[in-house]
Design a protein around this ligand. Structure first.
Ligand SMILES: NC(=O)c1ccc[n+]([C@@H]2O[C@H](COP(=O)([O-])OP(=O)(O)OC[C@H]3O[C@@H](n4cnc5c(N)ncnc54)[C@H](OP(=O)(O)O)[C@@H]3O)[C@@H](O)[C@H]2O)c1
Length: 180
C-alpha cells in the first residue's frame, strides 16, 4: 500500500523528530466538552517554552477549543474537511500529508503533537519522546490519552504544585525494542 511504503521510507527520520506534549489526569483524562479540565499556569508556561519556534500539530477540535493560531509556531491543523480554513494555520487532511511536510521541512528539528485524543493516538506510534504533565487528580472527562507506558520509559520526573493541584512534569523516551 502507498501509505506503508511512504511511512517505511521516512520512518526513522520522522521518528527522530516527533514528540507529544500533553497534560493528563490520573486516568489519562484530557478534556471534556472540547475544553481542558484544569488551569495550571506553570504548565502553560512549560508548553510555551517547549513548543515556541517549532511546528505544532493539532486536530480540528483542539484548534476550535483554542480558537486561534498559537503565536511563534507553525500551526498545522488536521481535518478531513476539504473546505476548512484557519487564519495563520496550515491545514492538512491526512497522516501522510503531515509526515511528508515534516520530512521536507523539519527533518532534524523537534515537531510537537499537541492534541487532542484522536491526534495523540494517530501519532503515538511515530513518537520518540513524550512530555507529559501528570496531574494528580481524577476528572470527569470524555477524551483520554492513549496507553503509552508499555512503549516508553520514564526519563525525567519533576514534582510541582500550586494552590489547586499537585502535578509532575515528566518526560518519556521510546523503549529501544519499539524503535524499529
Ligand atoms: N490535556 C491536554 O494536554 C489536551 C491537549 C489538547 C487537547 N485536549 C482536549 O482534547 C479534546 C479534543 O480531542 P479530540 O480527540 O476530541 O479531538 P482532536 O484530536 O483535537 O481533533 C479531532 C479531529 O481531527 C481530525 N482528524 C483526526 N484524524 C485525522 C486524520 N487521520 N486525518 C485528517 N484529520 C483527522 C478530525 O477533524 P474533522 O472532524 O474536521 O475531519 C477529527 O474530528 C478537547 O477536550 C481538548 O480540550 C487536551
Amino acid at each position: 500500500m502507498q501509505v506503508s511504503v511512504f511511512v517505511n521510507k521516512y520512518f526513522l527520520v520522522i521518528m527522530s523528530t516527533i514528540s507529544l506534549v500533553a497534560a493528563i489526569g490520573r486516568r489519562g483524562e484530557l478534556g471534556k466538552g472540547n475544553q481542558l479540565l484544569w488551569h495550571i499556569p506553570e504548565d502553560m508556561k512549560r508548553f510555551r517554552f517547549l513548543t515556541s519556534g517549532h511546528s505544532v500539530i493539532m486536530g480540528q477540535k483542539t484548534y476550535e477549543s483554542i480558537g486561534r493560531a498559537l503565536p511563534n509556531r507553525t500551526n498545522i491543523i488536521m481535518t478531513k474537511d476539504a473546505s476548512f480554513h484557519a487564519k495563520g494555520c496550515i491545514v492538512m487532511h491526512s497522516l501522510e500529508d503531515v509526515m511528508k511536510f515534516i520530512y521536507e521541512n523539519n527533518p532534524e528539528t523537534e515537531v510537537f503533537v499537541i492534541g487532542g485524543g484522536m491526534i495523540y493516538t494517530l501519532f503515538l506510534p511515530f513518537a520518540k519522546k513524550l512530555y507529559i504533565t501528570l496531574v494528580d487528580a481524577e476528572f470527569d472527562a470524555d477524551v483520554f490519552f492513549p496507553e503509552y507506558e508499555s512503549m516508553f520509559i520514564l526519563s525525567h520526573d519533576e514534582p510541582h504544585s500550586d494552590e489547586n493541584f499537585s502535578y509532575r512534569f515528566t518526560e518519556w523516551k521510546r523503549k529501544i525494542s519499539d524503535n524499529a
